[in-house]
Design a protein around this ligand. Structure first.
Ligand code: URA
Ligand code: SF4
Length: 474
């Protein structure tokens, strides 16, 4: 049978979701990629349907296997402008059904191509993070930052969350030829709308008027419904505006760089929420009102330290995890259980120690029902430091043990090299005797068992050092 005669062309709107919708039935019917051409709508191809059902090679109804890690990476690759990406993504997904380790095969042509596209999109994403330049517009509602940018690939949706996090308290809009995105700090959500063709990119001093008259109407705050916004003010409309052709290049001025935006942001700190009275019950009560950074918004509650007010040994972790966030207690989940085991091996009684975290609210992203831990930013670590310093002052431990890079950064600054400094007794501006060591989660996350063993021994030896340093003093 001649397979090309049977080849069906399916047009894919240039979004990952569109591809996913299109391939789901193909995959569950076991239809081999050789019978399918997934063409980008922008490629100018036309759709052609099978006259008869295509042959199924794995048998319909067989269990389909879609690894989450593949979906995550495919979401990135889908942003590439290479028209062949949709076929590549389906081919790999199809082949993954019978070869689960396929993506580890560097020498495979499809895998190599997948990596190449992924790398290019990621590079473009980093570029966008660094080079978007905002222009400040004064509106009745206050300051509004607007940028026009032309990414090499369709990375706006991927990039948007970065800007939302960085500039959470500002109102901003980024326009690209593919789409535009708008962030309204009071709504706390991203709204996508149509793009702005290159020839209509704002280019002159008249930008403020232009924004008020035209661009702002795509983002009328009264209509935040994304679908409604998508259909509002299509690009066609802009073509009828002759003024749009005559504008100079303000958007590319260095003045509006991301760094300038960052320096304009209000400084994040818990300092004004920390009471002058540093006794533990007062601190523990007061922390519930903290809005020193954005993390209080999504977490269940702040997780304050636990342990005797005069503990001689203090442990500082990173931030509460999923279980800690729900229960309001530090280190009770998987990392806490491993810590307990290691403490008993090092002859340390956990109940005599004070255990806390550098950051007091759980930072996570939601994936379906799961909440996935996210590392806190340096700004969040420093924002939360006043609580940690207050705890250290309240407890006055003889030895502080920093578990992992976050806690170490909090006490020693952001250039601290954990692997270089671990296992020594150090002095920090915040505590006289500090031992920095690995975080138990790092051991739990290690995929290589040998490496995990090695890390476990390092952590145990550092705990033994802490234990021995205490004994010396008693
Ligand atoms: N990891 C931490 O750093 N702290 C906790 O409380 C739990 C897990
Ligand atoms: Fe305050 Fe720290 Fe929570 Fe941020 S993480 S809101 S600084 S307690």
């Amino acid at each position: 049978m001649n397979s090309s005669a049977l080849r069906q062309t399916i047009l894919i709107e240039p979004t990952f979701e569109a591809w996913r919708e299109a391939v789901r039935p193909l995959l569950s019917a076991g239809i081999s990629p050789e019978f399918i051409d997934l063409a980008d709508t922008e490629s100018g191809a036309t759709e052609s349907l099978f006259a008869t059902e295509p042959p199924a090679s794995t048998g319909s109804g067989s269990q389909v296997h879609v690894p989450r890690s593949y979906i995550e990476r495919a979401t990135v690759v889908a942003c590439h402008r290479d028209a062949a990406r949709w076929n590549l993504l389906y081919r790999l997904l199809f082949r993954l059904q019978s070869d689960r380790n396929l993506l580890k095969l560097d020498i495979d042509d499809d895998v190599a191509e997948f990596r190449r596209l992924e790398h290019q999109v990621k590079r473009d994403l980093h570029k966008m993070h660094a080079f978007v330049r905002f222009r400040k517009i004064e509106t009745d509602a206050g300051e509004h930052f607007v940028a026009w940018y032309e990414p090499a690939h369709r990375v706006l949706e991927l990039a948007a969350s970065f800007f939302a996090e960085r500039f959470a308290v500002m109102q901003w809009t980024i326009m690209t030829p593919d789409a535009s995105v708008h962030w309204d700090p009071s709504e706390k959500q991203l709204a996508f709308a149509s793009g702005v063709a290159r020839e209509h990119a704002p280019k002159t001093d008249d930008f403020e008027d232009l924004w008020r008259t035209y661009y702002s109407s795509i983002f009328n705050p009264a209509r935040t419904n994304m679908n409604a916004m998508r259909s509002e003010m299509p690009v066609r409309y802009w073509k009828n505006l002759p003024e749009l052709h005559t504008l100079p290049k303000l958007l590319t001025e260095a003045e509006g760089r991301v760094e300038t935006m960052i320096s304009r942001q209000p400084k994040l700190t818990a300092a004004s929420f920390v009471p002058g009275d540093h006794s533990l019950p007062v601190l523990q009560e007061a922390i519930h009102a903290c809005q020193g950074c954005e993390l209080y918004r999504c977490a269940t509650q702040p997780v304050f330290g636990r342990g005797p007010a005069r503990a001689r040994l203090m442990f500082i972790g990173e931030q509460p995890g999923d279980e800690e966030d729900r229960a309001g207690e530090p280190f009770i989940g998987p990392a806490g259980r491993l810590l307990d085991t290691l403490l008993s091996e090092a002859d340390i009684d956990r109940s005599s120690t004070y255990v806390t975290n550098a950051v007091k609210h759980f930072k996570f992203t939601e994936r379906g029902k799961r909440r996935i831990h996210e590392n806190p930013r340096t700004s969040e670590i420093f924002a939360c430091r006043p609580w940690l310093v207050a705890e250290i002052e309240a407890v006055q431990p003889e030895i502080v043990v920093c578990l992992g890079a976050t806690a170490s950064k909090s006490l020693f600054g952001s250039n601290f090299g954990l692997m270089r400094e671990r296992g020594k007794v150090l002095a920090s501006p915040y505590a006289e005797r500090v031992i920095a060591t690995l975080h138990p989660s790092a051991i739990l996350r290690a995929t290589d068992p040998e490496r995990a063993d090695q890390m476990r021994s390092m952590l145990l030896s550092d705990l033994n050092l802490a234990s021995a340093s205490l004994s010396l003093r008693s």
